[in-house]
Design a protein around this ligand. Structure first.
Ligand code: AMP
Length: 289
């Protein structure tokens, strides 16, 4: 695996890779969820390119940019072992030159949910992902369903700006108790870690209620809230049962939906979701270790 941190070296290395190329963008501190994306890319592509970049422009001023977990040595060993061909790990000043002033803003679908809780977040995400697409020019790019709204935003951007690539969305990888794997889980202490399973329990409760015949969107949201509120350490930011494509909250009977939530457990902000589409629930899979 070749590791580069400068754009010129990245471009040169890309020219030598066999096509098709699959791109897996990450912020590092890797876990089995990230590795599942790499594994999918390996199956589909002749070469796999991973990026590690903790993108400052997608963090708000009160957020965890400074403390975001980092372990480059461990990450690069994991990627090498997973069969990645090229790792691009730039510094922020390589990506954002002095005087940088060009942004990609996806409108409607960026606004509710995460967009409402984290102003400017998706402008940072869309901008850096557009830059990575322009630099790497991959045939395929891999994103996790764990970040459902990010998937909606990037899908919209790819269509609206005619990026010539296919997005591949990989189901959420979960810990054995159901907690969605996330770099931010490292922030949780033992008591908080035990409490964090409440997100999965809450989503599972909505699924069970639906399967037992409940169809009303507000009743399904309330079923999720009830479980979250039973956990004293959980501070709910939002609970949503929204249209899969527009992400507008649904009212009345539900036939397909994105069930999602953001919850603080102590100081750690966690998100999770289930998708119900075409009569099927996408809940993710358990990490086999
Ligand atoms: P991050 O490093 O958190 O920015 O994540 C990089 C990519 O990995 C994004 O496309 C995420 O959606 C994806 N990802 C993160 N956690 C998981 C997970 N538990 N299962 C599947 N994909 C994930």
């Amino acid at each position: 695996m070749l590791i580069v941190s400068e754009i010129a070296a990245f471009r040169q290395a890309l020219q030598r890779l066999a096509r098709p190329v699959g791109l897996v963008p990450t912020m590092g501190y890797l876990h089995a969820g990230h590795l599942r994306l790499v594994e999918r890319a390996r199956q589909d592509c002749a070469s796999v390119v991973t990026t590690i970049f903790v993108n400052p422009t997608q963090f708000g001023p009160q957020e965890d940019l400074a403390t975001y977990p980092r372990d480059f040595e461990r990450d690069s060993r994991m990627l090498e072992h997973a069969g990645v061909d090229l790792l691009f790990a730039p510094n922020a000043d390589e990506i954002y030159l002095p005087g940088f002033q060009t942004w990609v803003s996806v409108e409607g679908v960026s606004q509710p949910l995460e967009g409402a809780s984290r102003p400017g977040h998706f402008r940072g995400v869309a901008t850096v992902v557009a830059k990575l697409f322009n630099l790497a020019q991959p045939e395929y790019a891999y994103f996790g369903q764990k970040d459902a709204q990010q998937v909606a935003v990037i899908s919209r951007m790819v269509r609206d700006l005619n990026f010539p690539l296919d997005l591949v969305i990989v189901p959420t990888v979960r810990e054995p108790d159901g907690l969605a794997m996330s770099s931010r889980n490292a922030y949780l202490n033992t008591v908080e870690r035990a409490a964090a399973v409440v997100l999965y329990r809450s989503l599972s409760c909505a699924k069970e209620a639906y399967e037992a015949g409940e169809r009303d969107a507000e009743a399904l949201r309330q079923a999720m809230r009830n479980i979250l509120e039973s956990e004293p350490l959980a501070q709910v930011q939002y609970v949503s049962c929204a249209d899969n494509d527009t992400l507008h909250e649904l009212h009345g009977p539900v036939s397909h939906a994105l069930f999602s939530m953001a919850v603080r457990i102590g100081k750690t902000r966690l998100i999770d979701n289930f998708v119900f589409r075409d009569g099927t629930w996408l809940t993710g899979s358990f990490n086999q270790g």
